[in-house]
Design a protein around this ligand. Structure first.
Ligand code: PXP
Length: 389
């Protein structure tokens, strides 16, 4: 493992997108031509970094980043591809980010690049010309990182609710959403989503229990934050939960959750699920106030509601909604949350949303099931994946 990453700053806030930080470190190894080299990266608090600063540099104060290179001197470990250790104080980084008007993750990235360059032999303290050389390299790497923010393909999670809708229309036992989920996974879906509604209009408890046993990728349980369903989720233990607003009379989920209006309750529910090892996503409109609230209540993910974009009457309105989604996804990503999106996406409007580099997964149901009736489920999933490159 080229990057040995540890987060010892065990505090829910500020939230750290650990996968993002680790990936940045891995990218730095690739970008500088040493993909097989190894480094250790530790996120710490001020107290811990002050202790290290005191032991190793005789300075009894916190600092933002420390780099302990193993590539220099007679005991150089470069022969074994070991670069050394980088330690970053999240608390100092957060203060600096606020001062500079940056997101925490942007600041962490700058500090990581700085520490990394020290590990590979750059040293701004050596001389003026060396300081300029290091500064230029820092800028070059940061620019390249921005371009590489997402090179991995966006993931597709298929919502199989409407397989159950068809079954419930006849009150029989087919078609089975459990079987459908398996076909979706074989066709390349990387997640299965089901919405267990309070009125059990489509997905039943039995479906979720079986899916828990059969889904090989990731089971995302969509649900309202009611006591009964929360208890069920804790019992089933899906890979993640997406909290949505639920109204009895709606045909499908209508708007996003009003997180800002129920912060206290959601904070409690998220903590309860998080303690049980279930990360939570909040389904929200592309609205800065809701993003800020989702961050405040400790959501691991947000799912940006793409319904208004999908239902837009004309190009102008669609462009406006797209811009709102792009800005909201950027804001949530920069705040350290993981970003999904979905609702109303189909074979015509998905590619544009899939090209947003901050979104990691799309949740799509109705369009895929509608197409599956015509061409088969396997082909419908593969065609959708083909649009998400
Ligand atoms: N995401 C959420 C939170 C939803 O409620 C739904 C609908 O169940 C979807 C995504 C999928 O929407 P669609 O069926 O329109 O693709």
């Amino acid at each position: 493992m080229p990057v040995l990453f540890r987060n010892e700053f065990r505090s829910p806030l500020p939230r750290i997108n650990e996968a993002l930080v680790q990936r940045t470190a891995e990218l730095l190894l690739v970008m500088t031509g040493i993909p097989d080299a190894e480094l250790s990266l530790l996120l710490a608090g001020d107290k811990q970094i002050a202790e290290l600063n005191s032991s190793w540099r005789g300075k009894n104060t916190p600092t933002n980043v420390l780099a302990f290179s193993m590539t220099e001197g007679p005991d150089s470990a470069m022969a074994f591809n070991l670069l050394g250790d980088i330690v970053i104080s999240v608390e100092t980084a957060a203060r600096e980010a606020e001062y500079e008007g940056l997101s925490l993750h942007s600041r962490l990235q700058v500090l990581l690049v700085h520490g990394f360059l020290h590990l590979i032999g750059y040293d701004h303290e050596k001389s003026g010309s060396e300081a300029v050389r290091m500064h230029n390299k820092e800028r070059e790497l940061l620019q390249e990182l921005t371009k590489k923010r997402r090179e991995k393909m966006i993931k597709l999670a298929v919502n199989v609710d409407h397989v159950a809708t068809l079954r419930e229309a006849r009150g029989t036992n087919e078609p089975d959403p459990v079987l459908a989920a398996g076909i979706c996974e074989l066709a390349g879906a990387e997640g299965i989503v089901v919405h267990l509604r309070e009125d059990r209009r489509h997905i039943q408890d039995r479906d979720v229990r079986l899916l828990r046993q059969t889904v090989k990728t990731k089971l995302n349980l969509e649900m309202g934050a009611t006591d009964e369903i929360i208890k069920f989720a804790m019992d089933i233990h899906p890979d993640m939960v997406t909290l949505v607003p639920e109204k009895r009379k709606e045909l499908t989920t209508e708007g996003g959750l009003n997180v800002a209006g129920q912060k206290k309750k959601l904070k409690m529910v998220i903590a309860q699920l998080y303690d049980a090892g279930i990360p939570v996503s909040l389904f929200i409109d592309p609205d800065s106030r809701q993003i800020g609230a989702a961050n405040d209540v400790g959501a691991t993910f947000v799912e940006i509601h793409t319904g208004r974009y999908s239902d837009a009457a004309g190009e102008k309105e669609r462009d406006r909604e797209y811009e709102l989604i792009a800005a909201a996804a950027e804001e949530a990503y920069e705040a350290g949350m993981r970003v999904n999106a979905g609702h109303g996406l189909n074979y015509f409007n998905t590619a544009r949303i899939a090209s947003l580099e901050t979104i990691e997964e799309l949740s799509i149901g109705h369009a895929i099931m509608a197409r599956a009736i015509m061409v088969g489920l396997d082909q419908a999933v593969r065609e959708m994946l083909g649009l998400m490159i």
